[in-house]
Design a protein around this ligand. Sequence first.
Ligand SMILES: Nc1ncnc2c1ncn2[C@@H]1O[C@H](COP(=O)(O)OP(=O)(O)O)[C@@H](O)[C@H]1O
Length: 191
Amino acid sequence: MINIVLFGKPGAGKGTQAEFLKGKYNLTHLSTGDIFRFNIKNDTDLGKLAKTFMDKGDLVPDEVTIQMLQSEVDNNPGSAGFLFDGFPRTIAQAEALDAFLAAKNQEITATVALEADDEILVQRLLKRGITSGRADDQDEEKIRNRYQEYNEKTAPLMEYYNQQGKFHSVDGIGSITEVNERLNFVFDNLK
Ligand SMILES: Nc1ncnc2c1ncn2[C@@H]1O[C@H](COP(=O)(O)OP(=O)(O)O)[C@@H](O)[C@H]1O
């Protein structure tokens, strides 16, 4: 069983690459952003709460996010492994995930980051905003706030996983196929 954290800044291409990786490596793809958006669409209590944070480009509070993620994992008992996309995004989330997996005699196998420059990504997100309908992709100020959240709260996770000897990164700039080949290479060489 392998459990992978797909890591990267907003717009780095995690969702796009996850679509290829989940099939090739038989992983259950859990995207916290997608799960929140599903809840918003269905107007659930969780969706209403998450929306107040997401619309501003702020992170949803840890307590809410961790609980949601854990129930998604529990809802997939037959899974051959998970591909976590957009989670963890804080040290508290990473610690909760490690503890939660350890209680199931499992662990994170590796964290794989898609690297790209902020300026390229901001432009990508603004372009995505034209077609995606995502409120958080349409306003440059909200986008910049997401990068600030990333730099303050999420970037320290690189060191967290590095200390565990689990951090890998690939260049996220290039065609979808090129980036996919780089990721496959890392996945194929995991012990
Ligand atoms: N692990 C998380 N912790 C807190 N908030 C989250 C988490 N995952 C997603 N969110 C919320 O959902 C928003 C969209 O996330 P996501 O779909 O991963 O898009 P992106 O990577 O482009 O920002 C985030 O800006 C945040 O508000």
